[in-house]
Write a new protein. Structure first.
Length: 597
């Protein structure tokens, strides 16, 4: 027998020494194996906390995670409606998916055993297929261990003590290094795109900024937003409200990043050179547009690119509508609007200024000479306070007040200004009052946390010395013998909840309070003026509560007339909604007129 044959006989005998050792295996399922506290087994997902961003699926190097729809999950604002499903034939249990989950809903458990002959049972939708695993979570990435960056790059701004001395722009903007760092926080989930009224390509342009491709980012932005610098400064940024990062941190500064990249193109010629949009051959159709606000300008720009002969009629000497005359220049400088409009004119948009439709030119003439008409008239008239004495000399609407200031007129505010309202317009009036040297009290009938104004604007007002008085309901304006404002009376309110709905303010008897003041600025809402319309057209135009009814194409009950902006009963009263109206009206007009051919 050779030595090799002998070794073959002895090796199996040597294995008998293992019989005296403690086994590595367990008698499953009668015994449980002791495993480490941070063991990474099967996943568990809190279906309620998950927002379906898909970051886990994107990061998975094994392509083990798909995003699937579940019957019991209804998508909505900030929730795609999808949930991760894991293929454990591919999963390597690396836990990168946990480390990048922005909401912290996805974790890993101590469960790791599953025996089945059905290969499809290894496709597990965590949280749905293993709800009991919630009690066995062992690996959960905390904020410090997460691969996401939850802290926003701060925005530099003027000191409050300095900025109330002038109308200089408050926000100083990101520099290149700050913009790159902030853009790198985006996880490209796309929830922001769904929330944006015009569905801007937000992840795409932010990724371009992160890669240092600012020109490409600007071109992406102009694909469906012709007033990006306006939005980069004053957008109500509903996109940020649904940002996946804001669930456990601060939303990506989508608005400020847009502002950064649009400011890099500092004149109309440079915008044209970078954007280089496709311009179709003239199609010989004419479109008349009433109003050069965001809705009218947007419709005019995109229709011009599609070959239409577009003319905008504007009653003021400058374009922009409410963003020009209703937003203070410390928030939105004149040049930011004008350079974008100059670019539109270079692309073929014609604008007739100081032309009041219904006076300088009839609406009927525009209607008869156009193949389609777009109404972007806005809400020019303000509601009165509706209390005793509101006709006093010294009571002004915020729209008139801000319009005069933005037009360069002088308004005497005296030593004490009272602002009434809780929206951005009221906050703007208060902050302008401080810049004009007045002490400012702002009355709001509900709580501060109920104010519809942007939280940044509220904080800015308080930093500048505006005194907010919440739960205060104005009851009468006090006049002197000459009919001039002398003061305002208000009653304090308590918030009453009924049926679990929004608490409403109820006056507290005997709580009347009087504040002496020199001027009262009211910002409690606006309404449209339709006197420009001929009676036969006005009668056919369907409205609801003073607003024009339109379909998805922004087409009114009169097929030839489209409408958008604040006067339309469709979306929110803000610039980005008006831009969306103008953009979708462009598609609607194009669809209607091209059918003729």
């Amino acid at each position: 027998m050779s030595i090799l044959d002998l070794k073959g006989l002895l090796v199996p005998i040597g294995a008998l020494k293992q019989m005296g050792k403690h086994p590595h295996t367990i008698n499953f399922p009668d015994e449980e194996k002791n495993i480490s506290d941070r063991y990474r087994g099967f996943h568990h997902n809190s279906l309620e906390d998950c927002i379906g961003c898909g970051n886990c699926s994107t990061i998975c190097m094994n392509e083990a995670i798909d995003m699937v729809a579940l019957a019991e999950i209804e998508g909505g604002k900030g929730d795609s409606g999808l949930r991760p499903r894991v293929d454990y034939g591919r999963c390597c249990y690396c836990a990168l998916c946990v480390d990048v989950c922005p909401t912290g809903s996805l974790n890993m458990t101590k469960d790791f055993i599953q025996v089945t002959n059905n290969p499809y049972e290894f496709l597990l939708t965590p949280g749905k297929d293993n709800p009991e695993a919630k009690e066995k979570v062992s690996f959960k990435a905390d904020l410090e261990a997460s691969l996401n960056i939850f802290d926003r790059v701060p925005m530099r701004e003027l000191d409050p003590g300095e900025r109330v001395k002038s109308f200089a722009e408050v926000l100083l903007g990101y520099n290149e290094e700050e913009a790159r760092r902030e853009a790198n926080r985006c996880i490209s989930c796309g929830l922001c795109t769904e929330a944006c009224p015009v569905h801007m390509h937000i992840p795409e342009y932010i990724n371009a900024i992160a890669q240092g491709k600012d020109d490409e980012a600007l071109k992406i932005i102009y694909d469906n937003n012709d007033l990006p610098e306006v939005c980069g400064k004053v957008c109500t940024r509903r996109c940020e409200d649904v940002c996946a990062i804001q669930v456990r941190g601060e939303a990506v500064a989508i608005r400020w990043l847009k502002g950064y990249v649009t400011e890099t193109a500092d004149n109309a010629d440079l915008i044209k050179q970078i954007v280089t949009p496709e311009i179709r051959e003239p199609n010989h159709y004419k479109v008349g547009i009433v109003g050069a606000g965001p809705a009218g300008l947007t419709a005019g720009y995109y229709l011009s690119l599609r070959g239409y002969d577009v003319t905008i009629y504007e009653s003021h000497k400058d374009p922009g509508g409410m963003v020009m005359y209703g937003i203070p220049k410390y928030r939105l400088p004149y040049d930011s609007i004008q350079k974008q409009v100059d670019y539109m004119v270079k692309m073929g948009v014609k604008i007739h200024y100081n032309t009041r439709v219904g006076k300088d030119i009839s609406f009927q003439e525009i209607y008869d000479n156009s193949d389609a008409v777009f109404l972007g008239v806005g809400l020019q008239d303000a509601w009165n306070l509706g209390i005793e004495g509101d006709d006093a000399d010294g009571v002004m609407s915020a729209i008139d007040f801000l319009g005069k200031i933005n037009s360069g007129e002088t308004v005497e505010v005296g030593k004490k200004l009272i602002s009434v309202g809780g929206g951005n317009v009221s906050i703007d009036a208060s902050r302008v009052g401080r810049r004009l040297g007045a002490e400012v009290d702002q009355l709001y009938r509900r709580r501060i946390k109920d104010m519809p104004a942007d939280w940044e604007e509220i904080e800015g007002a308080e930093d500048e010395g505006v005194h907010l008085i919440p739960q205060a309901i104005p009851t009468r304006v006090i006049k002197d013998k000459k009919g001039k404002v002398k003061g305002i009376e208000y009653v304090k309110a308590e918030m009453i909840s009924e049926g679990g709905g929004r608490p409403r303010p109820v006056p507290i008897e005997g709580s009347e309070t009087i504040i002496d003041c020199d001027i009262i600025i009211a910002a409690i809402g606006q309404k449209a003026d339709y006197s420009l319309l001929p009676e036969d057209i006005a009668d056919k135009l369907k409205m609801e509560r003073g607003k024009i009814l339109v379909n998805d194409n922004r087409q009114t009950s009169i097929s030839k007339i489209f409408a958008g902006g604040d006067a339309v009963k469709y979306g929110n009263v803000d610039a980005i909604s008006a831009i969306a109206d103008g953009y979708y009206a462009t598609l609607g007009i194009d669809k209607m007129l091209m059918k003729k051919e």
